[in-house]
Design a protein around this ligand. Structure first.
Ligand SMILES: Cc1ncc(C[n+]2csc(CCOP(=O)(O)OP(=O)(O)O)c2C)c(N)n1
Ligand SMILES: [Mg+2]
Length: 271
């Protein structure tokens, strides 16, 4: 890896602080599903992805589709740190005229590759991108992050079937297995039971990791790059709200108020 474990930890902490400052600026937002993808995003943007903040639409770049588009603030924090846009935007989340809407919009935010928020659609877009990259022979890779609640959408599985049929080795998806959806644990609504077994049965190269362990995330992405004849699914066990101790693993952190006092408390956890 290019960065030490301590450097990655510091980057991820900074991203979590920025995410919470963004959400506090509008008073409420998707805390849980933004914070829990930050370790994976740190590895993608600081170790793996071929992207250029000075040319966000560069041809042949690697792309990320955040299919669970409500995690936008988590992605924006990393894009801001990488220099895709100025830090002055941090406290404009979802304000009128902002470039940072609560859900990802590729027409507004430099570095955002796909509009998302209506759950279930992003993996299909990522499959199309990976197919196009293969036709272009540009060597680019496509990453996609889906949620476990989102996986109740049938379109996820349609896209999954097609990606395996097309042997899309250029596509690596992450399943954010945090066990929670909008208003209850996933197992109480429509359980995935064994998510890894399902994706394996769909013909994908599947790995199952701790989504908060940098080495495991890095090793999984590296191993996915070596699998040329199957798309890869990295099933990552995460803790919703990771980093803000009081809300970690709760259902209520899905979308919650963040007051100035809350922000102070969370920033204390992230020092
Ligand atoms: C098609 C669609 N249905 C419902 C919603 C409302 N919604 C937003 S987030 C969410 C829960 C998603 O759960 P999960 O995918 O597990 O996300 P995470 O736990 O990572 O926040 C729901 C139902 C939506 N955005 N799109
Ligand atoms: Mg979830």
């Amino acid at each position: 890896m290019k960065h030490s474990a301590k450097e990655l930890e510091d980057l991820a902490k900074e991203a979590r602080r920025i995410t919470l400052r963004m959400i506090a600026s509008i008073g409420k937002g998707h805390v849980g599903g933004s914070l829990d993808i930050i370790d994976a995003l740190t590895i993608l943007y600081y170790e793996e992805m071929n992207v250029d903040p000075s040319d966000p639409r560069k041809k042949g770049r690697d792309r990320l589709v955040l299919s669970k588009g409500h995690g936008g603030p988590g992605l924006y924090s990393i894009l801001c740190m990488k220099g895709f846009f100025d830090k002055k935007h941090i406290e404009t989340l979802n304000h009128p005229g902002t470039i940072l809407p609560s859900h990802c919009d590729r027409t507004l935010t430099p570095g955002v590759d796909m509009t998302a928020g209506s759950l279930g659609q992003g993996l299909s877009a990522a499959v199309g991108m990976a197919l196009a990259d293969r036709i272009d022979h540009n060597g680019a890779r496509v990453y996609c992050i889906i949620g476990d609640g989102e996986s109740q959408e049938g379109q996820i599985w349609e896209a999954g079937m097609y990606a395996a049929q097309m042997k899309l080795g250029g596509l690596t998806a992450f399943l954010d297995l945090n066990g929670q959806q909008i208003d209850a644990p996933v197992d109480q609504i429509n359980s995935m039971i064994d998510a890894a077994a399902k994706w394996r049965a769909f013909g994908w190269n599947v790995m199952e990791i701790n989504g908060h362990n940098f080495q495991e995330i890095y090793d999984a992405v590296e191993s996915a790059k070596k699998c040329e004849d199957k798309p890869s699914m990295i099933v990552m066990h995460t803790i919703k709200g990771k980093g803000w101790k009081r809300v970690e693993g709760t259902t209520k952190c899905h979308s919650m108020p963040v007051t100035e006092a809350d922000l102070e408390e969370a920033l204390e956890d992230l020092r």
